[in-house]
Every structure is written in C-alpha cells, then in structure tokens.
Design a protein around this ligand. Structure first.
Ligand SMILES: Cc1ncc(COP(=O)(O)O)c(C=O)c1O
Length: 321
C-alpha cells in the first residue's frame, strides 16, 4: 500500500475549516449560536453525567468552544488553550491579573497601548504590582531592568502609535532565563503575520474587536496561553465572571474565516498609502515597519511575514494659519 503524504494545512485553509463540526450539527457548516445560561436535564444522573462538559452558559457553550478551537488551531501546538474576553482591554487586564501578584514587578514598553498603561498605573498599582516602563527598542539590554521580583515582561510590536519594533526573541530569552513570563499584545500582526509562540511568547493577547472581527461591529478579545500559563488564565477569567455574548462570539468566528484575505489587502493597501505619504511635502516621517526606511524594518523582516493596515506619520512643523 502506498503511504499517503499529508500536506501541512496552510493557515488560510485552517481559518476556513477550524472550529466547526458539521456532522455534529445535522450537516450545517457552522456551529449554532447558543443563547444560554442555565441547562436543564431530565434526571439528576443525567446532570452528573454531562456537567463536566457544559454546566452553565458562562462556563462555555458549543459556540464558545468552536471559537476557542479555531483560535487555538491558528496558534499552533505550543498554544494550550484560549480564553475569550469581552474586549481587547479586558483580555490585557485578565492576562496581567492572571500572572502578577501583590509585591510583583512587571516590565511594560513605553510605547504600549495607552489603556494598558492606565491599567498598570491604576488597578495594578492599587493591587500592589509595580510597573517599570522600558525603552521598546532595548532588546537584550532589558536584563538591566530586571529585579528579583520581576514576574512578567509585556511586549507589543509595533508600539501603539509610535510603531517601534521590538526584538521579542531577545527579550523572551532574557525573561525566560530569569523565570519571567512574556506576554504580548499581538493585535497588529495577528498570529497570521507574527507567530508569537514560536518567538518565545507565553501568552498572546488580541483585541478581536479589530482584525478578527473585521467589520467594526463586535467587542471581543482573547488570550492564548501555553501550558504553563493557561491554568492561571482560565481560573482568573472564570473567577471574575468574564465571558462574551453569543452573537459576538459567532461574529468573531465568522470574521476569522476571512482574516487571511482581509489582512493581505490591508498589507498591500497600507503599504501603498504609506509609500505615497513618504513623498508628501507635509510629511516628515512615515512610521511603518514594512518600509525599508523604517528603523524597525530589519526586525520586521526577520520575524514577521506581513503587515496589517495600521501605521502613523509625523508631520512637519507648520505655522498657525
Ligand atoms: C493594540 C491594541 N490593543 C488593545 C486594544 C483594546 O481593544 P478593545 O477596544 O477591544 O478593548 C486596542 C484598541 O484599539 C489596540 O489597538
């Protein structure tokens, strides 16, 4: 008998086929949207037999399972599981709370998404967690900022608004040598253009409100975690009662189906607009890591396989009209 060669599943195919089980749903392609809180069983024995899988809407439904499965498959084998959150900021907060305890210290890049900074300066400070903001382009020199109680390093590349690229493998190596956890806001690139777990990230956060949703009509966030960090993440999310509405979960899953083609167009169109802006007399600098002139271009080229549509510009000083 000839041995069948199994071709690896390409990400675009995976996006279309993951998180669904038509045979479990009368052949319908997509999972149903369960609007659910309480479950009813005909007998107490039946409840005992089935409660391990589903026991309350907040703890999971076939809709949430489908979305978690699809996201986990996209992240690859190192990802042990995914937590679904009602927004990107909730995902950031849940990941941080899952990891750090009172008396801990965390390192956060100076270019971080502003509400992440607000969370660290507000809630985290009140909970007794201290934050140091580091230069996002510091690379392996981040070692100097470590303390005995440094529990986690947060990374985000490119930086929000200022678009610095970070040497995430170098930072992760330093962090892991010191037993610290690396968590990343990977909203910009998504797992399609940056394989966070392959580059040393332990927990990956996405604001699904953006590219996963893709149509400005949902609020959603998620955290993917490796085996070491998943239990604390899941426990935190359950303990805080965090969950996502069924329609938003369904739209997130539907958004995933077209993520590949949408991102490819974002990449192409964004770069075209960036190159046009580079020629404009009003523009001092275009901050887009896929441009050859960008200071973070080498890192982008080494670690990323594409760019999404978000970038920024620095305007030349202009006199008041
Ligand atoms: C990089 C990044 N992370 C997180 C968030 C927060 O996402 P949400 O608006 O879903 O809370 C945003 C939103 O703009 C973002 O740009």
């Amino acid at each position: 008998m000839t041995k069948k060669i199994k071709a690896p599943i390409k990400p675009d195919t995976r996006l279309v086929t993951s998180g669904r089980d038509p045979q479990a749903n009368h052949g319908f392609v997509n999972p149903p949207v369960y609007h659910a809180s309480t479950l009813l069983y005909p007998t107490a024995e039946d409840q005992v037999a089935h409660r391990a899988r589903y026991n309350y809407g907040r703890r999971g439904t076939p809709t949430s399972e489908a979305l978690e499965d699809a996201l986990r498959e996209l992240d690859g084998e190192t990802c042990a599981g995914v937590a679904l959150l009602p927004s990107g900021l909730a995902a950031i907060a849940a990941a941080l709370i899952a990891v750090a305890r009172s008396g801990d210290h965390v390192l956060v890049p100076d270019s971080v998404y502003r509400p992440t900074r607000n969370f660290c300066n507000g809630v985290f400070k009140r909970l007794g967690v201290e934050t140091t903001y580091y230069d996002p382009v510091i690379g392996a020199d981040i070692a100097k900022s470590f303390r005995a109680n440094t529990r986690a390093v947060f990374v985000e590349a490119p930086g929000s608004q200022s678009f610095e690229m970070q040497d995430i493998p170098a930072i992760a190596k330093v962090a892991h040598d010191r037993k610290a956890i690396v968590m990343m806001d990977n909203t910009w690139a998504t797992p399609l253009y940056f394989r966070a777990f392959d580059r040393g990230v332990d927990m990956q956060i996405q604001a699904g409100t953006k590219y996963i949703g893709g149509h400005s009509d949902i609020m959603f966030g998620c955290v993917s975690a490796n085996a070491a960090t998943l239990p604390a993440l899941k426990d935190t999310v359950y303990s805080m009662g965090l969950c996502v509405g069924p329609d938003d979960m369904y739209l997130a899953l539907r958004g995933l189906r077209t993520l590949g083609v949408r991102l490819a167009r974002h990449y192409q169109s964004g770069l075209r607009v960036a190159r046009w802006l580079e020629q404009r007399p009003e523009v001092l600098r275009v901050l887009h890591p896929a441009l050859e002139t960008d200071t973070g271009h080498d890192i982008w080229k080494r670690d990323f396989t594409g760019a999404s549509g978000l970038f920024s510009i620095v305007l030349k000083p202009a006199s008041e009209p």
